[in-house]
Design a protein around this ligand. Structure first.
Ligand SMILES: Nc1ncnc2c1ncn2[C@@H]1O[C@H](COP(=O)(O)OP(=O)(O)O)[C@@H](O)[C@H]1O
Ligand SMILES: [Mg+2]
Length: 237
């Protein structure tokens, strides 16, 4: 793995009125890594992703490949290579599968959109079969696949995934994690937010534990899987 840093987050603070949701967090993601952010409900995981995408106002510094993006608007961060599959999937329920996918490529003007569409369909053949179906009628698992595909259609350098396994049946959860692993093996750098710590740590190079707005622990995925505190608090064992 190359040691080149893709993302650096420095002293990130977020306030929602009087709520201090992120209390100066620091972390890095190297090119080609899959890094998880785990933590309980309300720990600040979604806030962290939204701050990286620019959807939530934050102070501190966010560097993408060494370049500060802290002051750049959300739509321009997409052009810099950050794409997010949001918590709750955020698909457009009244548009077709294909129309949802193309929304991901909205700001692109290159000639490779069809090629990327084909690649997504290779990864998710079910979406190809349902290309003309209204997205709101898809199953939860299919909607998650669509949310990931739409993000991939931005051709990101960094893919942010917020709770991709939430609310899905165990068999579908395994499929989604398998696909995330495959995407990473194909070279995509991924920041994965999950309450399903067990599965997330299994596929991650490294992980950070977020506790009420602070990073309390970090390490290799395998290390955290066997860490007593992590096992007690997040793995239920
Ligand atoms: N839009 C908001 N307005 C006010 N408080 C918020 C908002 N979004 C999140 N919070 C609060 O910020 C904290 C972190 O939330 P969040 O980032 O959603 O956590 P997680 O994704 O880890 O469950 C929580 O205390 C939550 O209640
Ligand atoms: Mg969340």
């Amino acid at each position: 793995m190359s040691e080149r840093l893709l993302l650096s987050v420095r002293n990130l603070h977020v306030y929602y009125g009087a709520i201090h949701a992120l209390k100066g967090i620091n972390f890095d993601i190297k090119q080609g890594e899959i890094v998880s952010l785990i933590g309980s409900n309300g720990a600040g995981k979604t806030t962290t992703l939204r701050a990286i995408s620019g959807l939530t106002e934050a102070s501190g510094e966010i560097l993408l490949a060494g370049e500060s993006i802290t002051k750049i608007a959300t739509h321009r961060r997409v052009l810099h290579g950050i794409a997010q599959s949001p918590e709750g999937r955020g698909i457009f329920p009244n548009l077709t599968v294909l129309e949802n996918m193309l929304m991901g490529a909205y700001s692109r003007h290159d000639k490779e959109i069809t090629k990327d569409l084909d690649q997504c369909y290779q990864l998710f053949p079910r979406l190809k079969e349902r290309e003309k179906q209204i997205a709101g009628t898809l199953s939860g698992g299919e909607q998650q696949m669509l949310a990931i595909s739409r993000a991939l259609m931005c051709r990101p350098k960094l893919l942010l995934l917020d709770e991709p396994s939430l609310g899905l049946a165990p068999k579908i959860v395994s499929q989604i994690f398998e696909i995330i692993k495959q995407l990473n093996q194909n070279g995509m750098t991924i920041l994965l937010v999950e309450q399903n710590a067990n599965q997330a740590l299994k596929i991650s190079d490294r992980a950070y534990v977020l506790e009420t707005g602070k990073i309390s622990l970090e390490g290799r995925g395998s290390e955290l899987l066997s860490n007593d505190d992590v096992r007690r608090c997040y793995l239920g064992v």
